[in-house]
Every structure is written in C-alpha cells, then in structure tokens.
Write a protein that binds this ligand. Structure first.
Ligand code: FE
Length: 297
C-alpha cells in the first residue's frame, strides 16, 4: 500500500471561505502521536454514547463493538481492529486525512476497504463537528462492517457508486441520498422496538435522542425510489428518518440494476426533506416542531 505521512487537516482560503484541503493518500494511523487529550476525547465520547445507545442502537452494532474490542479505555489501533474485521467479513480499515473525492471513496468500498479519518476532534468539539473525524468514522461506521449482510451492502454500494459516477451527476445525487438515509441516518424496526443503525446518528448524542424519541421528525418505511427523490439536511437534525425492517430487506431492495431507476427518476420532482407523501408507510408523522425553513440539499 502507498502510505503518506499523516498531518492534521490544513485549511485554505478560497471564494467559499476557509475549506479543508485533503489528500487522497492513505496514511498509516500514527497511533503513538495521539496525545492524552486525544485519548480522553475518545473516552468521553465512547462512554457517553455507549451508555445512551444500549436499548437505542441495534444489537448488531453494540455486539460488534464489543467483539472488536473497542472500549472507552483508549483510541483503538486500526491494525488490531483489522485482525478481527478481516476474519469476520474481509473488510480492511485504511487511514485517511479526511473526506475523499467520491470516486476514490467508492473504489475503496467496492474493494472492501473502509477509509477512516485518523485524527480525532478537539475537546471543544465534543458535541459537534461538521466534518467526519475518527470518532464518527470508527465508532459510527466500522462496527456494522462486522455484520455479513451489511458488509455486503457497503461493497455493493461502492460498486454502485462507481457506476452512478459514470452515468452522471443526477444518478450520483440519487445514490448519495440512499447513503444518507441508510448508512448515515438509518433506523431499523426490530422485535424489541425501533433502533438506530446510521453512523451519523450513533456518533451524535443529540440526534441519538431526537431520531428515536422526538415527536418532531417523520419516521417512514424504507422505499428505494422515495428515498432517491428526497432532499436532506446537512446542518440540522433530519426532518425525516427512513426505517428498514432488516438488513436483508435493505440488501434485497437495492440489488436491482439502478440504471433504469435513475432514468425513470430523472423527470420526477425532488421531495422536500420534511414532506409526508400519500403512499408513505408512516411510523410517525412528525409535528415539525423546531424545524428550520429552507436549507434542504
Ligand atoms: Fe459518515
């Protein structure tokens, strides 16, 4: 593997303000350079989220964290996690500086490599950070890669991404919404009750509570084309969460060729993030309390 020297993300002044500059290179996790503050940030977040997520996150997620040996004790080592993960589902974690260009990201997933940001947020960013850091990537995304069905879904998504990228920006937008409403913000209906599996939720204290317990958001049954038409929020909690019945359902619903689906969706209107449609399978129609106007992407 081609490894570069890790460095903290730099920012550069552009006409969009200060934006982070990323490299696409893979980096070896510089574990020895984590400070006591870095480990303390991990511990604080790990403890707080685990406590909150028992009975809220799906059991597969919680069990996988234990099986992988993640704990509040210290920031995990990627190479140790890789031994367990590789044996379970053949996935490999690779260290990166931060967000990757779409095609690079898809290519990693298609080859069962999950890019993990090596650096962790500062102590003053405990409750919110706009960009993904080690806590979001590792705590949020990695555990479900231990689940054989979800592991296959992520690989299929990567291959689907390479394909959508070649088709064009609208196809890519449809596919991105699927990632957003499943991998990042998905809920799952289990015999024990509604649970969280999305990485964006499990890595956020506020949204872990809001997504399950607030009366404000809609909770709607998973429907592929409905999701592909639906805008989302990047700066507030979601207005709508989509609920799967099982990871098998997710895998099955996404197994058809998306090419004709993208073509059919091209003439259909995009849906606002907070709307409920007549044919939705509604678990909860949200009150919309506290919603910001505008800002759907
Ligand atoms: Fe993420």
């Amino acid at each position: 593997m081609d490894l570069a020297q890790p460095r903290r993300v730099e920012h550069q002044q552009t006409d969009k303000g200060y934006v982070p500059v990323y490299t696409t290179a893979l980096v070896e996790q510089p574990w020895d350079t984590y400070t006591a503050d870095d480990h303390a940030t991990w511990s604080t977040l790990y403890q707080r989220q685990r406590e909150l997520l028992v009975g809220r996150a799906c059991q597969e997620f919680l069990d996988a964290q234990d099986e992988m040996g993640m704990s509040a004790h210290m920031i995990p080592r990627f190479d140790q996690l890789n031994e367990v993960l590789g044996a379970a589902t053949g996935w490999t974690l690779v260290g990166v500086e931060g967000l990757l260009p779409e095609l690079d990201f898809f290519d990693h997933l298609a080859n069962r490599r999950f890019p993990v940001t090596w650096w962790i947020r500062r102590p003053d960013q405990i409750d919110y950070i706009a960009e993904p850091d080690l806590f979001h990537d590792l705590f949020g995304h990695v555990p479900l890669l231990m689940n054989p069905v979800f592991a296959n879904y992520m690989e299929a998504y990567g291959r689907g991404g390479v394909k959508a990228h070649a088709i064009g920006p609208e196809a890519l937008q449809n596919l991105t919404r699927l990632y957003w409403y499943t991998v990042e913000f998905g809920l799952i209906d289990t015999p024990e009750g509604m649970r969280i599996y999305g990485a964006g939720i499990v890595s956020s204290k506020g949204e872990s509570l809001y997504s399950l317990e607030s009366a404000a958001p809609n909770r709607i049954g998973f429907d592929l084309q409905r999701i592909m038409r639906t805008r989302y929020r990047i700066d507030t909690f979601q207005k709508t969460y989509f609920v799967i019945d099982s990871f098998e359902q997710l895998m099955q619903a996404t197994s058809p060729d998306f090419t004709p689906i993208y073509a059919a969706l091209a003439d259909q209107a995009h849906l606002p993030a907070g709307d409920v449609q007549d044919d939705d399978r509604v678990f909860q129609a949200g009150t919309g309390e506290g919603w910001a106007d505008g800002g759907d992407v």
